[in-house]
Design a binder for this molecule. Sequence first.
Ligand SMILES: [Zn+2]
Ligand SMILES: [Zn+2]
Length: 171
Amino acid sequence: MAPSRIPAAQRFAAKIEPGPLPLVRAAAGHCHLWTGATNEHGYGTFWDGRTVKAHRFAYEQANGPIPDGLDVDHICRNRACVNPAHLRAVTHRENILASANHVARRAAVRACPAGHAYDDANTYRARNGTRKCRACKNASTRAARAAAREQQLAPVAPIRTRTATPERQAA
Ligand SMILES: [Zn+2]
Ligand SMILES: [Zn+2]
């Protein structure tokens, strides 16, 4: 008899919390962060009659058994993530290449999503080290200023007539 009668899927779900949006665009939606035990490589582990990797368990819950010899790869590059939508079964070789190419792929992106070049003059680094576009930042700053100006020009309240305004009491 298993030590716990709570179904594995339910015990599993209880150890997930909503995570960040991944930097990798191919991974849609937020990561699901594993809050249970992790191994020395940063992968979540889960007891399912034996210790299994949490992301592999999540993949099998969603897709059925992992085909023989395949790895489960994190599209989002976040090892703590167990969102089935961020997982895919790949050959070990593809998995290694995906990891190795991740940094290179990001570096190979030469322009921001709006098409401005990531050159020295137009690029700054966000706190997390990712590249940010100055042209886009300046455009959003200008838009925010313009919006603030419009707010100031718009009448904030109907103009009151003199009779409706009580005269201030003389001190
Ligand atoms: Zn993820
Ligand atoms: Zn830009």
